[in-house]
Design a protein around this ligand. Structure first.
Ligand SMILES: Nc1ncnc2c1ncn2[C@@H]1O[C@H](COP(=O)(O)OP(=O)(O)OP(=O)(O)O)[C@@H](O)[C@H]1O
Ligand SMILES: CC(C)(CO)[C@@H](O)C(=O)NCCC(=O)O
Ligand SMILES: [K+]
Length: 264
């Protein structure tokens, strides 16, 4: 008799600013793994014991991936061996998705994990635009045949805020969560308000332009599905027509990628 698959997963996504994690169940009939708890720490920080699946109940499998190789290496090295078994999911050759770009091995794992999850949300033959608004922002395309087909990479809101401060003499440093707390007035009547307007609406506009151009580059039916994720996903999603926000998309894709590489 073969071992049953784990009943629960602890998925960990090491990004460029934060490490995001969540506990997931995934039962027959679920479209995607279902998040039952989630959290994050800044890069360089230890994961809290509770996040590591302590106490372990049932069969818990930990899975680790992301776009930050040194952080993945550190987390794997620091992993306590008395807890859930950890699988580092970085072997893209077993990922359940075709990758149709010049150098498939160079695509960020976070982009592929999003695309793997997107395949479960689309209708057959439906193309998908995926917006991931984090440290960097990606606007990616899963084509009608279900391949990751490339996309666009641009600076995130926080990076834009830091760049405005760093490369000018007079502009202050604004914090990204503050900028994104509420849609700012488009006409900023002081420096901070003008920077907030530019960072916020510039981000929304850039993402909308890219998403529209990507969709127009491959016209046809059925119309594209638009999925939004990432730390600033909640900022852009309300401004993008017919978009859906999936805050745990890369973590859900990570569980699927693990299962595909382990007979699931
Ligand atoms: N509450 C928030 N409101 C708005 N923007 C936010 C918020 N939190 C984070 N951000 C933006 O998202 C960025 C970090 O997002 P996120 O945590 O998804 O990325 P990450 O983990 O660093 O990176 P990666 O994209 O590599 O996974 C910040 O730099 C900022 O631009
Ligand atoms: C673009 C980011 C930073 C987005 O997190 C990440 O996916 C990455 O470092 N990618 C490597 C380059 C590429 O995807 O083509
Ligand atoms: K990301």
């Amino acid at each position: 008799m073969t071992n049953p698959l784990p009943s629960e997963y602890l998925a960990i996504d090491a990004g460029n600013t934060r490490i995001k994690f969540g506990r997931f169940t995934f039962a027959a009939g679920d479209v995607l793994p279902v998040c039952v708890a989630s959290g994050h720490v800044m890069c360089g920080q230890p994961l809290p014991a509770a996040a590591l699946g302590s106490p372990v109940t049932g069969r818990l499998q930990a899975v680790l991936s992301g776009s930050n190789p040194p952080e993945i290496e550190r987390l794997a090295r620091e992993w306590p061996d008395d807890l859930a078994h950890l699988a580092v999911v970085t072997d893209r050759t077993t990922f359940p998705i075709a990758v149709d770009v010049e150098s498939p091995s160079r695509v960020g794992l976070d982009r592929l994990l999003n695309a793997i999850a997107a395949l479960r949300l689309r209708q057959p033959g439906q193309p998908v635009v995926i917006v991931d608004s984090g440290t960097a922002v990606t606007v990616d395309y899963v084509n009608r045949s279900g391949a990751f087909a490339g996309g666009a990479i641009l600076p995130g809101i926080g990076m834009g805020a830091r760049a405005l401060h760093r490369y000018t003499a007079m502009l202050p440093l604004l914090a990204a969560p503050g900028i994104a707390a509420a849609p700012p007035e488009v006409l900023g009547r002081n420096t901070v308000a003008a920077m907030s307007s530019g960072l916020y609406w510039g981000h929304v506009g850039a993402v909308r332009e890219l998403a529209n151009r990507i969709a127009e580059s491959d016209p046809g039916d059925p119309p594209r599905l638009m999925l939004v994720t990432g730390g600033a996903g909640a900022v852009v999603s309300p401004h993008l027509e017919r978009s859906q926000e999936w805050p745990f998309l890369p973590l859900q894709g990570l569980v699927l990628a693990y299962l595909a590489g382990n007979g699931g």
